[in-house]
Design a protein around this ligand. Structure first.
Ligand SMILES: O=C(O)c1ccccc1NCC(=O)[C@H](O)[C@H](O)COP(=O)(O)O
Length: 409
């Protein structure tokens, strides 16, 4: 039975929908042109489409991205907000969860039991139950991101970003930089992470100057940099990405975000990102395909992250993916095991990677030259390293220590 816990009681803000979060109408991902919603449904779910028949999809305020002859446009349609429409939005949100679940994705994109907040006069109550309580940290991050992106999109809609895109400097070749570093040093190309804190480790560096750290990494021989842009859980920000981009640092930059909406790719590009992280544990195949295409359109690289065999197989089946990260950290439990990289690259999967010419990045938990040698032996051509470098007083020296050699030369 559902437990009824009063977990918050506060005056409502002037914009209760935004304060409550989980407002779905602006957070629907754009649906590729010429796709009907039923064509996006897995077969197993097609029989269960009672609510779909009643939804007029064009009527939902949505932002649709169109790709035509290599050019991109975004359009917005508005309709009056009515209660019935809100109910439909919930149904669509739940449907997204269903599609994801059918692909083995355990992370729910948003709460499945309806809006968690209930308004009684000026007060707000939350009824806690399994459907509206995140099951793990990754799910919590994703649900919060949904609210955050909805609010950011209101401030900077596609039309605004499109104009800013034209002014952004061209994207740098992320994979090219990794390959060149690998060829030059004989070690995996290094993506060094500019990260102040993380949910699993807390604050990693009190005295955190993103530009100083980025310059130290570049000096130490990093091929590329990864910049955390999430503020709530990692104490990062898009301002860090922008500051580093404008500081004269030449390394291509990865926007380390929790992407749930194509709008975030536009925003990252405007802020100077050359690459962006797409997490297979969060994004269904259709999103991965679609977002990868948007990245290509912008000259950006998608780093598609997997943690287990199922995610790896899904991603290997998608055409056009050139960079795959194997995360040694389970983002639901925080468990770290660098043997995960080896396990996933053994046998047929490793063979497929070679045949398809995909570059693999070993991610997380790399602290010593032996760790680097271990994942290199497993088949990676690049590594993504955060904690062991960012904690060093001198991150330049930290890189030489990590590789057991000065790789800047
Ligand atoms: O690190 C976390 O606590 C975490 C929690 C939830 C989602 C993502 C998380 N980390 C992202 C990463 O995997 C790392 O930042 C990255 O791979 C570098 O790892 P490390 O070298 O171990 O800092």
């Amino acid at each position: 039975m559902e437990s009824l816990n009063l977990i918050s009681l506060r005056a409502t803000s002037p914009t209760p929908r935004a304060a409550a979060g989980f407002s779905f109408q602006q957070s629907l991902n754009p649906i590729p042109k010429n796709s009907s919603i039923s064509s996006l449904m897995p077969q197993a779910h097609k029989k269960n489409q009672s609510f779909l028949g009643q939804i007029s999809f064009p009527a939902i305020k949505s932002q649709q991205f169109e790709v035509k002859d290599g050019s991109s446009t975004a359009s917005e349609t508005s309709v009056p907000e009515v209660d019935a429409l809100k109910i439909k939005e919930w149904e669509v949100g739940m449907y997204q969860n269903e599609v994801a679940a059918s692909q083995g994705i355990k992370i729910r994109r948003r709460p499945s039991s309806g809006p968690p907040q209930h308004y009684v006069g000026p007060f707000e109550f939350r009824l806690q139950n399994e459907g509206n309580t995140p099951r793990n940290i990754l799910e919590e991050i994703v649900w919060n991101k949904d609210v955050e992106v909805t609010q950011m999109k209101e401030k900077k809609p596609y039309a605004v970003l499109k104009k800013l895109l034209d002014k952004a400097p061209p994207a740098r070749d992320f994979i090219g930089a990794l390959k060149a570093a690998n060829a030059r040093t004989g070690f995996p190309g290094l993506i060094a992470e500019v990260k102040k804190a993380s949910p699993s480790r807390g604050v990693l560096r009190e005295n955190f100057d993103p530009v100083q750290i980025a310059k130290a990494y570049e000096k130490g021989g990093a091929a590329c940099l990864s910049v955390l842009t999430d503020a709530k859980y990692f104490q990062g920000g898009f301002e860090n990405l922008e500051l580093i981009r404008n500081s004269g640092v030449q390394c291509p930059l990865l926007c380390k975000e929790f992407v749930i909406d194509a709008w975030q790719i536009y925003y990252a590009r405007v802020k100077g990102a050359d690459a962006i992280l797409l997490i297979a544990a969060v994004l269904p195949d259709l999103d991965l395909k679609y977002m990868t295409k948007i990245c290509k359109l912008f000259g950006m690289t998608a780093l598609v992250e997997v943690h287990d065999e199922r995610e790896f197989d899904r991603v290997l089946a998608i055409e056009g993916i050139e960079l795959i990260g194997i995360n040694n950290r389970n983002l639901e439990t925080f468990e770290l095991d660098i043997a995960n990289t080896k396990k996933l690259l053994e046998g047929e999967r490793g063979q497929k990677i070679i045949e398809k010419g995909i570059t693999v990045v070993g991610e997380s938990g790399l602290f010593t030259p032996a760790d680097i040698a271990y994942v290199q032996e497993a088949g990676v051509k690049a590594v993504l390293v955060g904690e062991s470098l960012v904690k060093q007083d001198d991150p330049t020296a930290g890189i030489a220590q990590l590789f057991g050699k000065d790789i800047s030369l």
